[in-house]
Every structure is written in structure tokens, then in C-alpha cells.
Design a protein around this ligand. Structure first.
Ligand SMILES: [Zn+2]
Length: 239
């Protein structure tokens, strides 16, 4: 289901050639763009153009590496699954909103239709054209609002079902991200403990060194007393 949704999203953004990308991209590992281009049977520029379009919406991300000899960059891409699902969710929500608006307008206003051209007219525009079709001149007839509302409700159901499925995928993806997060923080915790132990060892080493140097404080004292005695000696001489 996830793959189907992701395909729907990238096709929405970058057109049909982008659809195949979903099978080649990963949610965690970055993939070399030259491999993508080869598998898509597209040039590197065509491949990049598709990826840039999707990247503009934040639904793929990249790292790049500079070829030191040739001086150009190679890009590595991955798909942002969570953001992609959110994008699709917003899209469905917009459609639901539009349908609800249409249903409301059908409940309160009259609509007319030309039986020949199948063009729909609002009451205002039907009035302006004297209830004739401005394409063929035939007389327009009042539309059956109930039938239209029924059609819209069918569509509404379809989108609501899709929304539920997307929400399920979002939940799964959120759990996945949480797991990765806790794994990362556990790793950090372990590192912190190691770091603390290392510092502890360092500290005890230092204090051992201090103890070793502290064993010869008598010399220092002697020196200082020598200095004092020298000073007092010169003072005595001055006197
Ligand atoms: Zn007509």
C-alpha cells in the first residue's frame, strides 16, 4: 500500500516518468543518481530534473560528493516517506473540502445542463443566456441535484477510505521513526557512559601523577627557603 501511495505522490508532482523512481529509492539509504538514471533508462539530467521537482516539495533529500579529480558533484538520493505521506494526506483533505463545498452548493442552488453538449450552467449564467446553451443554442434543462449529490457522496466515501489508509501508513511510519530515534538515543547513552568512564580513568591517572610529583615537595620548600635566605642575606648585606 505504501509503494502505491508513494507512486501516486511522485506522479502527482513530477509526472508519469517519476513513478518508477519509487521502486528504486529507499527511505533510509541514499542511492547514487547514476544508478537511478541507468535503471530508469533516462539521462542524468532528465533524472535530476525529476528529482529536483520532488525535492522542491521536500519529499526526497540528497547528499553529494565531489569528485576530486573531475571537480563535479555526484548526488545521492533517498525518499522522505513520512513527508510524502503527509503531502498525500493534505492533497486528499483538499479534495474532500472541495467536494463538500460542491455538495453544499447543490443543496442550496439550482444548476442547468445542456443535453447536447453536457455543459453545466449555474442559475445566474443560465439566466443571462436566457436558458439556452451558449455553445449550441439548445434549451438547457434543470439538473437533478439529488443525483449529483449522490455522485459526490460516492466520491467523498472513496477519498475518506483513502484517507484512513494513508493515516494507517502514517502511524506505521511514525512508529518506525520513533524506534530509530530511541535506538539512536540508546547508542548515544552508551557512548556517554564510555566517555564518562574514559574521563574517570584519565582523572585517576592524573591524580596518580600528582601523587608521584607530590613526593618531592621538600626540594621546592628548600628552594624557597634558599631564596628567602638569599634575600635576607642581600638585605643583610645592604644593611
Ligand atoms: Zn449545448
Amino acid at each position: 500500500m505504501l509503494q502505491k501511495f508513494l507512486k501516486e505522490i511522485v506522479t502527482l508532482i513530477a509526472g508519469k516518468p517519476a513513478e518508477e523512481l519509487v521502486d528504486l529509492l529507499d527511505g533510509t539509504k541514499y542511492v547514487n543518481e547514476f544508478i537511478l538514471a541507468k535503471k530508469l533508462n533516462l539521462t542524468i539530467n532528465q533524472t535530476r530534473n525529476i528529482l529536483y521537482k520532488i525535492s522542491d516539495q521536500g519529499l526526497v533529500s540528497f547528499t553529494r560528493k565531489k569528485d576530486k579529480r573531475k571537480g563535479w558533484y555526484t548526488y545521492f538520493w533517498k525518499i522522505e516517506v513520512f513527508k510524502s505521506l503527509e503531502f498525500l494526506r493534505n492533497n486528499i483533505m483538499k479534495k474532500i473540502e472541495q467536494i463538500n463545498y460542491q455538495i453544499k452548493s447543490r443543496e442550496t442552488k439550482e444548476f442547468y445542463i445542456c443535453p447536447t453538449c453536457n455543459i453545466e450552467f449555474s442559475e445566474e449564467s443560465a439566466l443571462i443566456h436566457n436558458f439556452t446553451c451558449n455553445e449550441c443554442g439548445n434549451i438547457v434543462s434543470r439538473k437533478d441535484n439529488m443525483a449529483t449529490i449522490k455522485e459526490y457522496n460516492k466520491e467523498l466515501d472513496k477519498f475518506k477510505k483513502e484517507l484512513d489508509l494513508v493515516d494507517e501508513e502514517l502511524k506505521l511510519e511514525r512508529e518506525k521513526l520513533e524506534k530509530i530515534k530511541t535506538r539512536a538515543s540508546k547508542k548515544e547513552e552508551k557512548l556517554n557512559i564510555k566517555e564518562k568512564e574514559r574521563k574517570k580513568i584519565e582523572r585517576s591517572k592524573k591524580s596518580a601523577e600528582k601523587k608521584a610529583t607530590n613526593k618531592t615537595p621538600a626540594k621546592k620548600e628548600k628552594k624557597s627557603t634558599v631564596k628567602v635566605s638569599k634575600k635576607s642575606a642581600t638585605k643583610k648585606k645592604q644593611k
